[in-house]
Design a binder for this molecule. Structure first.
Ligand code: AMP
Ligand code: GLY
Length: 448
């Protein structure tokens, strides 16, 4: 069996690692992959977003199954494209992936389905505004007085007394969410998104919502169109600095279980979040198949949904897959075939924790091609896996940095505290110039 994994981050290295353990003994390909996937799969130099080149490759290599990591190709319709060509692929269709690709759409669906979420307003270009942009030529004289989405959003924000969260509605690679404690500070964000279009079309439409307070948790589920299988809970640390300070990143570490949710909490989340959102999509003739991820805040008034993602989280996947005992190929096939009710998921009862080592300067600009030392020594530690994210194989076969998040050093332990100790032991064995590491991954749990 030939499997193609699409993506090149830590999540995709963890997917390759887990798929390689399958009883089906698959031959793996990873596009574009990284220095870690190169040890398990044949890296294919095609970008994850280049879905037509991926299709051509899958056809020419007779790939039996394609597993998609990131959201961009899903939102661009890779699943529809492969399915039309008769190829098996794991993930939601373009219409289903809109739950992540369009936050305004997700908000509407949540409202319709009565799912607990932050109070929000959606601001999108009005008919007059769209017509004006389309038909007017630059320098046509003074702009007619039409009220734009930006005007309305501006007026909404200046009347607010409490802080707000401004979100670009479209995909922005984790850079489209701005939390402003002072509503006045949000005005500049509105201008940057809606007028200057600093994030392109992703910011043409915005969602403005209340700030939710409480610990954050990631709840992921396999969904086969009919059945929902909630995975073990996980949590990630989004901020760059310790004690959750500094700018948002793709995630500086993650752990599972989250320690925040009991079995009965997960049952309630399944009933009040997953079932109604799947039903709401179905009412629009959209069948969701793949991984549905609810980012949630445990507020004093109960769990509320921040956002839905249409894929596995990164870095949550790294600890989750270290704990998963079942054969991942079987789970993926059962999801595609709509028979999740026939499989069982087995988990290692131990905890797992992933510490991200990032390049100096990340999430801003950073240097690349920095040599990484100590990978072999760290990899020899018991119950440790060093998942690569932004790494590449250098000219002398050495591993060098090539991205912002470089490694996800992941360990198992009898509890989160022990998993953390082991993960940091491995982190200490590894070094590269400028490495940034948070020292408090998983602390939220053991502090409780
Ligand atoms: P999102 O992409 O919507 O998950 O937002 C990215 C991050 O911004 C989340 O993981 C939260 O940490 C934060 N965030 C988003 N929405 C809110 C909100 N309504 N209140 C507080 N924090 C939020
Ligand atoms: N770790 C957050 C995400 O994957 O979106």
């Amino acid at each position: 069996m030939k499997i193609l994994v699409v993506g090149g981050g830590g999540r995709e290295h963890a997917l390759c690692w887990k798929l390689a353990q399958s009883a089906r003994k698959p031959q793996l390909f990873c596009a574009p992959g990284n220095g870690g996937t190169a040890t398990l799969a044949t890296n294919v130099p095609i970008a994850a977003e280049d879905i037509s080149a991926l299709l051509a490759f899958a056809k020419s290599e007779s790939i039996n199954l394609t597993v998609v990591g990131p959201e961009a190709p899903l939102c661009a319709g890779i699943v529809d494209l492969f399915a039309e060509a008769g190829l098996r692929i794991f993930g939601p269709t373009k219409a289903a992936a809109k739950i992540e690709g369009d936050k305004a759409h997700a908000k509407r669906l949540m409202r319709e389905a009565g799912i607990p979420t932050a109070e929000a307003r959606i601001f999108e270009p009005t008919v007059q505004e769209v017509a004006f942009e389309k038909y007017s030529k630059k320098g046509d004289g003074p702009r007619p007085k039409i009220e734009t989405a930006y005007d309305m959003a501006y007026r909404y924000v200046v009347t607010r007394e409490e802080g707000v969260v401004v979100k670009a509605s479209g995909l922005a690679a984790g850079k489209g969410v701005f939390v402003h404690e002072e509503p006045g500070d949000a005005l500049l964000t509105l201008e940057r998104l809606m007028v200057k279009r600093e994030l392109g079309e992703a910011g043409a439409k915005v969602v403005i919502e209340e700030i939710l307070l409480g610990p954050e948790v990631s709840v992921l589920a396999l969904v086969d169109g009919r059945n929902i299988y909630i995975l073990e809970s996980a949590a990630d640390h989004k901020r760059l600095g310790e004690q959750d300070t500094g700018p948002n990143t793709g995630g500086m570490g993650a752990f599972s279980p989250s320690g925040l949710l009991t079995e009965s909490d997960l049952e309630i989340i399944e009933r009040d979040v997953f079932v109604p959102i799947i039903d709401a999509m179905r009412r629009e003739d959209v069948i969701f198949k793949g991984v549905l991820y609810a980012g949630m805040i445990m507020t004093a008034a109960g769990p509320k949904v921040l956002e839905f993602n249409c894929r596995l989280g990164d870095p949550e996947t790294q600890p989750l897959l270290m704990r998963l005992k079942s054969d991942l190929v079987d789970l993926i096939e059962a999801t595609i075939d709509g028979r999740l009710d026939e499989v069982s998921l087995e988990w290692d009862r131990r905890a797992s924790l992933c510490v991200v080592m990032a390049s100096g300067g990340y999430p801003g600009p950073y240097e690349k091609n920095v040599p990484i030392e100590g990978l072999a020594a760290a990899g020899e530690l018991v119950d440790v896996q060093v998942f690569h994210a932004g790494t590449a194989v250098g000219p002398g076969n050495e591993i060098v940095t090539s991205g912002g998040r470089v490694l996800g050093v992941t360990a198992l332990g009898d509890d989160v505290h022990l998993a953390r100790g082991r993960a940091y032991e491995a982190v200490r064995a590894i070094s590269f110039k400028g490495a940034q590491v948070r020292g408090d991954i998983g602390m939220r749990v053991s502090n409780r």
